[in-house]
Design a protein. Sequence first.
Length: 334
Amino acid sequence: MPRMITGIKPTGRPHLGNYLGMIRPALDLARSAGAGDGAPLFFVPDYHALTITPPPAELRAAVLDLTATLIAFGLDPDRDILYRQSDLPEVCELTWILGCTCAKGLLNRAHAYKAAVADNLAHGRQADHGIGFGVYSYPVLMAADILLHRAAAVPVGRDQRQHVEIARDVAESFNRAYGPVLVVPEPVVDERMMTVPGLDGRKMSKSYGNQLALAAPPDEIRRWVSRIVTDSRPPAEPKEPDTILALYRGVAPDAEARDLERRYRTGGVGYAEAKALLADAIERLVGPARERHAELMADPAGLRDILARGAGRARESAAGTIAAVRAATGLGWA
Ligand code: ADP
Ligand code: TRP
């Protein structure tokens, strides 16, 4: 199995979409072939989070929250390498070097940047109004995260696929200029859970405010599920696949999901019952992790210690690539 790496940004509380779309598939991949060619890498990209200039205390709290979340859901900090991005400043050096062989036009095509430009133009503003260089160069930093460890497999949610494709292009243009130094990575996207819907049926996302926090207690889960928008068909009438069913497929065991799917098709299940089933299945999935998360959060020094150990292992993992890149480019003395 090729080496894997993934990261999840410390902005806001992690939600069910993050878990189903990215955290669970990444943990499954990490467990699927043991250590493979080196321990799987997970990190918390706090440099990336600076694009929205969060208050410093909030950023640090979010780093700890994500660290605890990943462990609560099954990351093993003794086997996997779990670190905070800013404990590995080598990534900034590599970002600069990669930026020198990366075409600017490649970054013009990144979805997030294009969306920001489109929004400006739609509001009659200048194309680049208010868009920071951090937002623009975000994909190069992300490429550096991946290439620094010679990772080949990058499990991400669907909306991050393009960023990993940019990382491929960035690696290839460096290799064209300097020889085959960098490993060209591949995105790994879980086809079952490509886009987890939120309350209103749109993609579950912090930006839409339609998300369910992973740490939500049972009554918050029930209240959230009760607010999922449905049509007004009575129980006996057949139903179209909807948000309830899509989420149920993600959180319930396969046989139970197939059963609800059949009852949707044939009629014989009301939305109230379907919502109750969904709330129970979410609780079964996240309940045990919520308790573990609370225990971990009660010991921030323990979490910081885990990150410090991870940082040491991550720097070891990065050292060979940085040395090879420096040698290939003529930086430092041979
Ligand atoms: P948000 O959209 O809430 O800001 P992020 O962009 O921080 O979420 O996403 C972190 C990770 O979780 C990414 O790999 C992303 O692809 C995945 N992800 C986020 N929301 C969803 C979703 N609704 N469905 C599937 N994957 C998701
Ligand atoms: N851009 C990712 C997100 O917004 C987070 C991220 C940063 C990442 N660097 C990465 C993911 C490297 C995978 C690999 O969710």
